[in-house]
Design a protein around this ligand. Sequence first.
Ligand code: PEP
Ligand code: MN
Length: 266
Amino acid sequence: MSEVKIAPIPDLGQRTDEITIYAGPCSVESAEQFDEVAECIADLGLTWIRGGAFKPRTNPHSFQGLGEEALKIMKSAGDRYNLKTLTEVMDSAHCQLVADYVDGLQVGARNFQNFSLLKKIGEVTADTHQMVLYKRGFAGTIAEWLAATDYITDHGNTNVVLCERGIRTFETATRFTLDIAAVPVIHKQSLYPVCIDVSHPAGQRDLVPSLAKAAVAAGADSLMIEVHPNPPVALSDGPQQLTPAQFRELVAELRELAAVLGKKIV
Ligand code: PEP
Ligand code: MN
């Protein structure tokens, strides 16, 4: 009889009493813009900054991101402010480039079932075990999400965070419908930490604080929140981004809520 092999799971089960916030602008637009957000995040004692370098825009004539220039801006701000960096990779051809510049790689909702991209990310991070934040697609079920996660982990990197970012329903009052139940369901069915992106389902900044508090209350392991120094002039997702002042206020509230649950915001 052949021996049953159990794959080693070195990074699994990283759920802790810490709630990580991945904050930062939707798009990296300039060094000045990114630094202003980095300074705010570092000043709050947080650990990660996000930013878009390659943007998956619905319309090809919309701002597509600064590409490698944005990666350089992120690296330099990350080094200067001692923050870990997270950005989306959209194309298999860019996986190594992106992995060379940032700490964490994001798979966007539009690439939920881009299996060749998921495989490539798994290959590129097999040795580094860089964090992969894998977003749910607009119309993806949790079962499909968990199944496809294996495309990333099959090469040995199990350092995956599953990010719920809202799904498509008949409701139009919000940009997407936030499936808050994804948190307990995924916690029940896997050991992966769950992130709730509160900005993309909200679509409008005044809804963001309520969704963020709901995510913490539901047991989310991390939150994604878009922050821009001057949202009205943002090159993408202006209406949903918080100003640094609004973000500070929200983090203070989330810290109080987290403390009640015996958790810490980092
Ligand atoms: C983003 O995080 O900026 C983004 C494009 O997200 P999503 O893939 O969830 O739309
Ligand atoms: Mn965005």
